[in-house]
Structures are given as C-alpha cells and as structure tokens.
Design a protein around this ligand. Structure first.
Ligand code: ADP
Ligand code: ZN
Length: 676
C-alpha cells in the first residue's frame, strides 16, 4: 500500500518539475500513455480491416444453387462454425458479380469470401450440395472445407464485461465509503486513522480559564498537564505516569472542553477522534485505524490522544454472543486494549476518553494501566452555573437588570452546553426585538424556549378545550402549592408551546437524595391535572397522558429501584452495571411481578385520591386560579400567593438549603414542565 502511495506522489511531482523547466524534453507521462493506447487501438482496427477486408455479402441457398453453382462460378465453400457458409468465387467469375460486390468501403476483399449464407444444419446442406452437383455436373464441383473460427475480440470482451462492471461498482462503493469516513476519497486511506491533529501549526487555544466550575475535575486534569510538562519530577521518584483518564459525565458538561484545555495548557500535540470514527462497514478497518492512531501519536510524543464517545467502541464485549454482528467493534476494542498495553508507560502519550455511559464500558478498558483514572464531570450546581454564565455572558452586551446569580438560580439541571445555548438564544431574541442590549426578560424567554419549545400563539383551540386546559393546569398549580414536598411553582401558562397545550414551570430544588414523601407529593401534584378535570367536568381527557407516563415511571422506580414499598421490601432490581439482560428475563418471579403491579397501582390510586381531596377542599381557590388563567393566559408565583397565601414551609426550606450536600445517589429531576 505504501508503495502505491509513493508512486502516486512521484507521478504528481513530475509535472511540477516540467513547469520549472519548460524547455525540457521530458514528456508528461500521462499524455504519453494515452497516445500509446490510442495508437494501439488504431493499429488494431487497421490490421483487422486489412486482413479480413469487409464482410461478405449475404445471399441465399437458392441464388447459390440456381446461379453460381449452375454456372460453375464457385471455387470453394467454407462452412464456418457449422452455421455459415462462406463462398469463394473463381477468379475468372469475379467480374460477373462485381456489381453486387462493389459497395465501396466495406465491400468484400478480392480474395474472398465474397458471399455467405446461413445454414440450418450441416447435414441438410451437404445433401443439397451433393444433389446440386449431381444435377449440374462436373463444372459445379466445389471444394468444401470446414472451419471453426473464434472471434477473439468479442469473446474476450464478453468475458471481461462482468468482472469490469463488478470492479467498477466495487471501486465506486469503496471510494464513497472512504469519503464518508473523511478519508479524502482515497481507498488506500481507509485504514488510516481519521484523527484531527492540533499541533504547532493549528494550535488548540482553549485554556482552563474558559472552563468554568468543575473544580475537582480541573484539579485532577491539571495534574496530567503537569505530567506532560515535566515528567522527570514523577519518574525520578519511580512513579509511573498514568496512561489514560476517562472523563465521565452527562452530555454537554464540558468534557471535550476540558480535554482541549489540557492540550492548550500542556502545549503538546492533540489528537482528537470520536469513537464512532473507528467503526466502518469493512472488517478490520477499525483495528487498523487504532494501530495507525497510536503509531502517529508515538511519533509526536509527548502528546494527548482524545477519544470522544468512547462507548461506541468500548462497550462491554460478548453481551450478545448469538447476535454475532459486533465482531468488528470487538476487534477494534481488542486492538485498543493491546495498543494501550503495548506502549511504554513513560513514552509521554496520554489517552483521554470521554463518555456519558461509563457503566456500559468493558471492564478491561478501565483496569489499572489503561484508563486508570476516572474523572467525573457532573452537571453544574448553582455556583458553577454562575461561573459558566460569566464565561458565556462575556461577549454579550448586557442591560443593567441582568443578574448572573438570578440566572443561575433559574436554570437548575442545565448543563454547560445548555447555558451557552441560553446566552446565545437570549441574544438572538433581543436582536429580533431590535434591542440594543440583552435584557433579563430575554434570558427568561430563552430559558422557557429551551425547556418548553416555541410558543404557538395561533394554534386553534376551542373555548371548551381552553377551559379544560385552564382547570387542568390550575389543578397542578393548586395541588403542588399546597403540598409540602412538591417543587415550588414558578409559572403556569395555557399558551401552547411545542407540543404541549399548557405548561406549569417548577423550580426543582437541587437534591442529592429524594425521600419517599417527596416522591409521593410529586406524584400527587402531577395527578392534580386529571383530578381537576374529573372534579370540575366529571369527565377526563386524553390530555393527561404525559402526566400519567411520568407518574407511572416514578411509582415504578419507587417500588422496583428504591425499595420504597413495604410489601415488596428492601430490594432493588436496578442494574447499574448494565451487564445482565433484564429485558429478556426478569429477575423476579411471576408472583412478585403481580405484587409489584398492585403496589404501583396502590401508590397511584392513593395519590390520586389525595389530589382530589385537596382540590375539593380548595375548590374556590382552584376556580379563581383557572379563571385568572383563562383571562391572562399566564400566572406567576405572586398570583398563587394572593389566592392561597404564603406556603407555610417555604421559609423553613430556604434555611435548610444551605446545608452541605448529602452523599448518595443523585436523582436528577431537572427543570420540569407539566404538559397537559
Ligand atoms: P461534552 O463533551 O461533555 O458533551 P462539550 O465539552 O462539547 O460537552 O461542551 C459543549 C459546550 O458547552 C462547550 O463548547 C462550551 O461552550 C459549553 N460548556 C460546557 N461546559 C462548560 C463549562 N464548564 N464552562 C464553560 N463552558 C462550558
Ligand atoms: Zn398535566
């Protein structure tokens, strides 16, 4: 392969030399070749024409018998391939038939054959000939010979046709594939790694300053920069430089950004590649790309190799042995493992991987000596969000009413990428309104838009539907306002947005653990919409589907994951390792399955009754709220306070909030909207 590449580059170098030396006698080799081919082809046709002359003229057996044989004009007849009789005239008789034979170009050569006719079978032809000779006598006797003639040209062509077509198709497919992989259209590059390289010429300019928050992750990763900058400090003491680190965290939290910052700060070449870049349809390509990537990296060491979305190749092997379709990915992974083992610890190549699914990665990938460090990159909390906002607000022209702390509070559950998006969206909204500065309201609109989709003011909704939506949303608002552990409400609208007809915005607290009371209150508030419909209109609508889905999921996780059902007990059927296939066989018996179903049902039924109870006891407030919604289309916390009074437990909560986060599993409820 390398040879072919070399030849190619030589070929393209040659014309350059000619340009420098126009008077030179060198002939462009490409042109030369075309001329040679042209000449050969021409010569072929000329020879063909000269030797065989034109084709003989077609005639029929009757004509041959009644004229030529009768007059004794025929010298010999050659039966070609048992199907055609070529007739050679006697030299003396040639003149007689000249008028028939003289056709200009393409007329038969003088030596013959002059005529031909097609025969059905050789036997019949021989019999006919014999009888004719018997009839016309001695002078009509002819020499009869047989000949098997190959038409090599057409024969070879027909033989070559199919392979040529196949070859053409194959080349075309190959070219397209390698182009798709970014291989620049050269089929010989298919096995080359597709990594983007940032080195001296195209430097990564990202620095740690641009990465806001993520204090712990930054600290760990800064150490890697230290390794690369002065490795002696560590090797002198006998320590080994880590080979790789895995950045784990939800999408958009800045993993790529961190990796880039490492490269920018350490001032070393940076190879960037996505896990899916390795995988192609061809067997062996992935492994070959891995090999090539490491070869390049070793040449440029010290350097950093960054593999984004490493789960695309690093997924645990052999989970579905009978599927058999993942062989290529496994080969790629095996090669990656081999390469990571293969290079010298202190060679100065550090592999950074990023994934949001560390649980599905192959265990072999994470053992010491490969990705021996795992760096967790979590969704930012209030303080981190404030810092991220500061980074992304820098390029915007802001009005005075924009408060970074307030924005950070309004965006729980947002990732760094979401925040960058909010800032950009706010600027666009402000620009659309011809403002000179981006105002607070623009940011709020941007948040709403990102959470709930675009407002659709002109969706057609009948008055009846509107009333149902208003009471439904007011139901959510009322119930959640009056439940201690439900998320505090921010606003409710009945303006259609995205796919939803109405929405309630909550500001979830950032919890590290969630108690069963909180979950039950959550379920109750979510059922408030349907409960309101049933109480007010005595009928229910399809609008609560989204609510019910959420409720079912929460109840299911309470029973099956968090051990919150007394009857089922303290068991969790959650599989955080992702190793076993629960989807095919459940880890519990039929009896337990029934119990789980009945427990889920019980939770939801109780919560629904509670929601109805609350609404019945506060029917007046609920109606006021619904009327206000119908009138104004949007209501805020203040309106709820006016109707129901302050939430008695609101104050207490504020104080509690400053507590240190509790260790444990993080339940991510994110910013929520209730859809009708
Ligand atoms: P990931 O690789 O984790 O999916 P990225 O690193 O690609 O996420 O982040 C996408 C964008 O989000 C970044 O380009 C940056 O603009 C923004 N971003 C994410 N996290 C941060 C952060 N901690 N500080 C500043 N910007 C961030
Ligand atoms: Zn609802």
């Amino acid at each position: 392969m390398a040879d072919i590449d070399k030849n190619k580059s030589n070929g393209s170098n040659l014309p350059k030399g000619n340009k420098k030396n126009p008077g030179g006698v060198k002939i462009n080799p490409k042109f030369n070749l075309i001329y040679v081919y042209g000449f050969l082809l021409l010569a072929f046709f000329v020879i063909q024409y000269m030797t065989s002359g034109g084709a003989p003229v077609e005639t029929s057996w009757q004509e041959v018998r009644n004229t030529m044989l009768k007059n004794g004009d025929i010298d010999k007849i050659v039966v070609v391939n048992k199907s055609q009789a070529d007739i050679f005239l006697k030299e003396a008789s040639y003149e007689k038939y000249k008028s028939k034979l003289d056709l200009g170009i393409g007329s038969p050569a003088k030596i013959g054959p002059h005529f031909f006719f097609t025969i059905g079978s050789v036997d019949v032809f021989e019999k006919n000939l014999e009888s004719a000779v018997a009839e016309f006598g001695e002078k009509s006797k002819v020499t009869l010979t047989y000949e098997l003639r190959h038409d090599y040209f057409t024969e070879i062509l027909s033989w070559l046709f199919l392979p040529l077509v196949l070859l053409g198709v194959w080349f075309w497919v190959f070219r397209r594939m390698s182009k798709g992989g970014g291989g620049g259209g050269n089929i010989f590059n298919v096995g080359k790694s597709q990594a983007k390289i940032f080195d001296k010429e195209s430097r990564v300019s990202t620095t740690f300053k641009e990465v806001a928050g993520l204090a712990e992750a930054k600290q760990e990763i800064e150490e890697i920069v230290e390794f690369l900058k002065n490795p002696e400090r560590y090797t002198k003491l006998g320590g080994k430089i880590p080979k790789g680190a895995l950045l784990v965290g939800p999408p958009g939290t800045g993993k790529t950004l961190l990796a880039k910052a490492v490269a920018g700060e350490a001032d070393v070449p940076f190879f960037s590649m996505s896990g899916s870049d390795f995988v192609e349809m061809f067997v062996g390509v992935g492994a070959s790309r891995v090999r090539d990537l490491f070869k390049q990296a070793k040449e440029k060491s010290p350097c950093i190799v960054f593999i984004d979305e490493i789960d695309a190749i690093g997924r645990a092997r052999g989970r579905n042995p009978n599927m058999g379709s993942n062989d290529e990915r496994e080969n790629t992974l095996n090669q990656l493992l081999t390469e990571m083992d293969g290079f010298d610890t202190n060679s100065g190549v550090i592999i950074l991987g990023a994934t949001n699914r560390a649980d599905i990665l192959d265990r072999a990938l994470m053992r010491a000596g490969r990705f021996d460090r795992q760096i967790h990159v979590e969704l930012p909390d209030v303080i981190d969000r404030k810092e991220i906002f500061m980074v992304h607000l820098r390029p915007l022209t802001l009005s005075e009413d924009v408060n970074v702390g307030f924005l950070a509070k309004q965006t729980p559950g947002f990732s760094g990428a979401d925040i960058a998006n909010v800032c950009n969206e706010a600027a666009l909204i402000a620009a659309r309104k011809q403002k000179t500065k981006v105002e607070k309201q623009d940011f709020l609109d941007a948040v709403d838009r990102i959470v709930g989709g675009l407002e659709k003011k002109n969706k057609i909704i009948t008055a009846d539907e509107k009333a149902i939506i208003a009471y439904h949303e007011a139901g959510h608002a009322t119930v959640s306002w009056l439940l201690e552990y439900a998320h505090p409400l921010v606003k409710v609208t009945i303006v259609p947005r995205g796919k939803a007809l109405g929405a309630a915005w909550y500001l979830p607290e950032e919890r590290q653990i969630t108690t069963s009371e909180q979950m039950l209150d959550e379920i109750c508030a979510t059922l408030g919409g349907r409960a309101a419909e049933e109480l007010v209109f005595s009928k229910i609508s399809s609008g609560a589907q989204n609510d019910l889905e959420k409720v079912t999921k929460t109840a299911y996780s309470m029973v099956c994951y968090f051990g919150m059902s007394e009857k089922v007990g303290n068991v969790s059927y959650y599989d955080s390792s992702g190793q076993s296939d629960y989807s095919f066989n459940k880890p519990y018996s039929e009896k337990t399955a029934e119990l789980i179903d009945s427990e889920i049902n019980e939770i939801i039924r109780t919560a629904f009754a509670r929601a109805k109870e609350i609404l019945r006891n506060n029917a007046e407030g609920h109606k006021k709220l619904a009327d206000l919604l119908l009138e104004r289309e949007v209501i805020f916390t203040e309106d709820l306070e006016n109707i129901f009074g302050l939430r008695p437990w609101g104050k207490k909560k504020e104080e509690e909030k400053s507590e240190t986060p509790v260790e444990g599993q993080k339940l991510d409820f994110g910013p929520e909207i209730e859809k009708v």
